[in-house]
Design a protein around this ligand. Structure first.
Ligand code: GLC
Length: 736
């Protein structure tokens, strides 16, 4: 439809119709098996159901088509309904969770995954996905770390923009794509004490330097929606925060798309004590520029009166409605309300071999090898025992893969039998323990805690542990232990599984057999003594549909691991929040020697146990000293080339990720000890070497200075190039 026709449509709509375009109601009001991803016990009136502009949680070509048909017939202007869904790391073919995708340090993996997710979801009638989540995360206690791509703004920015490009393609008229929604704006990951939905207190420079960049990259990539976050920022709930939504999002970031609240976030401004009632909450949200009210009665029950009473201008209302109509128009819904959704199309694309193949490759690239003592991996024994609740567990996706089909996931056991069983290795499997102690481990008990008898489970496991030449322990968080509203103060693996680990260690003579531990997790964990008691330790995250295949590809040596940690793993939860790009303090703890009167813990190291950017491969790489093309950089069109030569000095082909970090030695505000400014993956055969170079220019040195603007400051800088954030391989240069 032409813009002029949209304007005519808007002019022809009643006030009630316009208001209702800004109302989103839960999908279960239309379809009983729709996903429920928020709290809402209310039922909408028939009128609201007839006029609401959008819904969420419905998918399935037949259902979506029937719903759209029914809806448009009943709508006075036959305006199409928008169908939205959380497709955050997979629709039917489920990819590694976003944290695992962050571990690939490969935006191409994220882009390809998003393209496939969009193709599958759009075939099933979905128009908008509530993804990517661009929240920076620094606190492992927060349950939603699993949905982020990690603790670094630069890596997050690259991954987020790649996902937006994958979801949206070059035109939303292309039926294989969906509109992307950047969330949760803003700084939701900074919730105090890692407790979900909590307050966020941030200085403006930390907000701007650390928390905002990834959202900005997503908006630059063209995301058509942004979602407000549940948290307050310095005392003001995001959905009513005019500075954040108007000055930062709309003006500075030039966001022109649709701003949607998170589920019930507008009404929750009453709970926060920011609005006296839902009517005031509605006014505050409209004034902040929130276009769509997700799943509360705020806008539907109050906006008409607010406009009639002159408390909200009709102009403001019309602007919001026009943004919603434009989104529907850009999706081509006025021309084709079904956007090519069909059962045939769904059957053709969902979980097809090609998609599974791409997902399997993503799994391989997401895995992070933290230990591989004596190169015990790849597996080599003829008697291999797979032990643990994850040895044959279908639920290896994240709790957000709401439209996925767990029974289609490939388990460790299935993949081992397929990839190892065909050879001359004998395989045995045992669950060994329950996943959890009991339901209390997963709060609301949304996910069923199994409760087989631990005694029998353990006996069976120890039998095969004694028999085996190699033991693969498959342990980890339960699916219900990460995701929304799953903050934890104890970030260790569940007690029954640690007991199993200890029991297996007690019967294992490490001089005669090897112990490989796989961890399925949605956040950094306190791994206790697991690393030192395992000959190999592989972080698998929530790997999704092709989890078993991707993990066995690596265990059998078909592929070397290449993943790198996108989040710091602590020694203790007491260190949280923990991130590599910290400040030096006035009393940095010396490496050795006198440590009193230094910034330290008496009972724990300061540093991460496994640092951001760390990950081993099956080969070894030598990295030369950093070379700089020159030592002085000027502020005009100038740049320095920083380079190293990397050599594969191992025995197998492998991939290494070279990371460029920069330190601004002194600034008008203190600066982090390191900041990631680039990364480059290089794959080399044994004995081969390659030059890896990075371009450093003045724009990369800008920060939010004491003048409250982004600018660089002359002085000394240090460029580091290495294979993780602990690297000291560096060279100094000066900005003049
Ligand atoms: C949830 C989540 C948000 C999600 C939305 C819709 O509460 O916070 O990430 O997109 O509701 O399901």
């Amino acid at each position: 439809m032409k813009k002029s026709d949209l304007k005519k449509l808007l002019a022809d709509m009643s006030l009630e119709e316009k208001v209702m375009q800004l109302v989103q109601i839960p999908g279960y009001e239309f379809e009983q098996d729709a996903a429920v991803t928020g709290l809402s016990d209310k039922k909408s009136s028939d009128k609201v159901k007839r006029l609401a502009g959008s819904t969420l949680g419905v998918w399935g070509a037949d259902k979506a088509i029937a719903l759209q048909k029914r809806y448009m017939e009943n709508h006075p202007h036959h305006i199409p309904l928008l169908l939205m869904l959380d497709v955050i790391h997979g629709h039917k073919t489920v990819f590694p969770c976003p944290l695992g995708q962050g571990a690939t340090f490969d935006p191409e993996v994220a882009k390809k995954g998003a393209e496939i997710q969009a193709k599958e979801a759009s075939a099933e009638g979905v128009h908008v996905t509530f993804s990517p989540m661009a929240d920076l995360v620094r606190d492992a206690r927060w349950g939603r770390v699993v949905e982020s791509t990690g603790e670094d703004k630069y890596l997050n920015g690259k991954m987020v923009s790649a996902m937006v490009e994958g979801y949206q393609g070059t035109s939303l008229k292309d039926k294989g794509h969906v509109a992307s929604c950047i969330k949760h704006f803003a700084a939701y990951g900074g919730a105090e004490a890692g407790r979900d939905y909590n307050d966020v207190e941030l200085s403006e420079h930390t907000l701007r330097e650390q928390y905002l960049p990834a959202y900005k990259e997503g908006i630059k990539a063209g995301a058509r929606l942004v979602m407000t976050s549940f948290n307050t920022l310095n005392g003001i709930p995001s959905s009513g925060n005019k500075w954040l939504m108007k000055d930062i999002l709309r003006k500075e970031m030039k966001f022109k798309g649709v701003l949607i609240s998170d589920w019930a976030a507008i009404a929750e401004m009453v709970n926060w004590g920011f609005a006296k009632d839902m009517k005031e909450a509605s006014r505050l949200a409209m004034e902040a520029g929130v276009d769509i009210d997700m799943c509360t009665g705020c806008y539907g029950g109050n906006l008409q009166n607010l406009v009639k009473e002159g408390k909200v201008s009709e102009k403001l209302l019309d602007e919001a409605v026009m943004r919603v109509l434009e989104l529907k128009n850009d999706l081509g819904l006025f021309e084709d309300p079904y956007r090519g959704a069909s059962v045939e199309k769904s059957l053709e694309v969902c979980l097809c071999d090609e998609h599974r193949k791409v997902a399997r490759d993503a799994v391989r690239k997401s895995l992070v090898l933290l230990e591989n003592m004596g190169s015990v991996l790849p597996l080599s024994s003829k008697k291999i025992a797979f032990i643990g609740p994850y040895a044959d567990e279908k639920k290896i996706h994240s709790s957000w893969a709401i439209s996925g089909e767990p029974d289609k996931n490939v388990t460790i056991k299935e993949a081992a039998k397929e990839l190892l069983g065909a050879g001359d290795a004998e395989l045995k499997f045992a669950k060994g323990s329950n996943m959890l102690l009991d339901k209390t481990d997963i709060g609301s008990g949304v996910f069923e805690a199994d409760d087989d008898s631990n005694k029998e489970l353990l006996e069976e496991a120890l039998d095969i542990a004694k028999w085996a030449g190699e033991i693969v322990l498959c342990l980890g968080e339960d699916i219900g232990q990460s995701g929304e509203s799953t903050s934890r103060v104890d970030i260790r693996i569940p007690a029954p599984q640690k007991a199993l680990f200890d029991a297996v260690c007690n019967v294992t003579d490490r001089s005669k057999k090897k112990l490989i531990t796989l961890i399925f997790n949605g956040r950094p964990l306190d791994l206790e003594d697991i690393p030192q008691k395992s000959d190999a330790l592989l972080i698998c995250w929530r790997p999704g549909t092709e989890g078993g295949h991707g993990i066995l590809d690596v265990l059998t040596g078909a592929y070397s691991t290449s993943g790198k940690l996108p989040v710091s793993f602590p020694w203790s939860v007491g260190q949280e929040p923990l991130h590599y790009d910290h400040y030096n303090t006035g009393r940095p703890k010396p490496k050795e020697g006198q440590t009193i009167f230094s910034s330290r813990y008496l009972d724990c190291p300061n540093e991460a146990r496994f640092p951001f950017g760390f990950g081993l491969g099956y080969s070894e790489f030598e990295v030369s000293a950093v070379k700089l093309s020159k030592k002085k950089l000027s502020k005009d069109e100038d740049f320095i080339e920083a380079s190293v030569t990397v050599k594969n000095i191992g025995k197998v082909e492998a991939t290494e990720t070279l990371q460029l970090y920069i330190r601004d030695v002194a600034g008008s505000r203190v600066r982090p000890v390191k900041e990631l400014k680039g990364f480059e993956k290089v794959t080399l055969s044994p004995g081969k070497s390659a030059k890896v170079s990075f371009r450093i220019d003045e724009t990369m040195l800008r920060f939010f200075t004491i003048n409250n603007k982004f600018e660089s400051e002359e002085g000394k800088f240090v460029a580091f190039i290495g294979t993780d954030s602990k690297t000291n391989n560096s060279a100094e240069f000066e900005l003049v």
